[in-house]
Design a protein around this ligand. Sequence first.
Ligand code: S3P
Length: 441
Amino acid sequence: MPVPVTARRRGPLAGSVRVPGDKSISHRAMIFGLLAIGETAITGLLEGEDVMRTADAARALGAIVHHDGPGAWRVRGVGVGGLREPADRLDFGNAGTGSRLMMGVCGAHPITTTFDGDASLRKRPMRRILDPLELMGTVIVSQGEGGRVPLTLRGPKEALPITYRTPVASAQIKSAVLLAGLAAPGETTVIEAEATRDHTERMLIHFGADVVVTPEGVHGRKIVLKGQPELQAAPIVVPADPSSAAFPLVAALIVPGSDILIESVMTNPLRSGLLTTLREMGADITIESQANEGGEAVATLRVRASALKGVVVPPERAPSMIDEYPVLAVAASFATGTTRMCGLQELRVKESDRLAAVEAGLKAAGVTCAIESDDLVVEGLGGAVAGGGIVATHLDHRIAMSFLVMGLATRKPMQVDDGAMIATSFPSFIALMNGLGGELA
Ligand code: S3P
């Protein structure tokens, strides 16, 4: 059942918040827990619906998964090569990351696995994962039209190691190939023209695999993994998700008079493009303290309402802020002047067609914007945004949260047609924003 949610303008935002654990790392924590020998203790896990689907899949593949308390989980793994064939299809719900990474895992093991998901996941391209898997020996037993879920994979007796150049900048493709490479003898190599988030590489090293990462070209990387390692269980501390922090962050920038702290946000440079862009726009974001959590740098950010100005966001920045464009477009609506975000073709194949959804949402709020080829161009109104629209979210959590953030600063309230999907990545979003002084209901 869709759950409409409305955001209204009230006073300035104030207070200190910590957003939930990083979604990318949380999925990987469950997957590595499954593939390791021994018990992996996880703290700070994001208990959103997407990650819970990955936990269910890990159980179906033979892991013993315990929930000890808020964010605290233990996973007893089966080891690389030890997966059990699941009795039923694996339903990944809305989760592209969980499904694609698990396709890499299962597709390289001698088991038959069926993957499925919700109406959004059933529209998303999976050929990008199936192509390298077929080179490694996976048989696609059945697939939805154009290589979509529901699809069934049968892994080979022993996967073949490959060298693979990712055709688009995608950490999910890279990770699926590397996870499949764990089951293959010899070296599996992934070459990416643009560096994408490196959580899989970091976790492989943390669990004892032999991984060598070298620069490739101007912006790229080459990752070489030695196959068939014995992964050893290792504790995982999940830092706060910068993609979730983006919502209170932009809200504080656009609601006049706001001054908030966002605690211990992961600042991995491959995830920090939004901070770079917002600072270029004139955002008042200062670092109050810095630390290290589970091998990742984290920082407590102080964010104050700011007069933003339009900028050009270069295409090479897209991988480091790929999930943040919807909320950046909201920030750009309140800026003075034009913001051009370049090279956003991948936004068309996220949980929704985010280019189309953002354009429609901004127009509903009275903001002039256009999609020009793969660029999104937003004409900022310098703070005076009308609002008043109803936004179609198309089963996309980030579209819902972005336009609710917008409604905290528009003249008239903003309504989203369905806030239910927010639970996939940020279940406490509404309470957290209201705790800062927002009015979301
Ligand atoms: C993710 C990679 C990105 C991102 C997604 C999470 C990951 O997707 O949009 O939310 O955890 O590897 P792509 O690999 O499709 O760019």
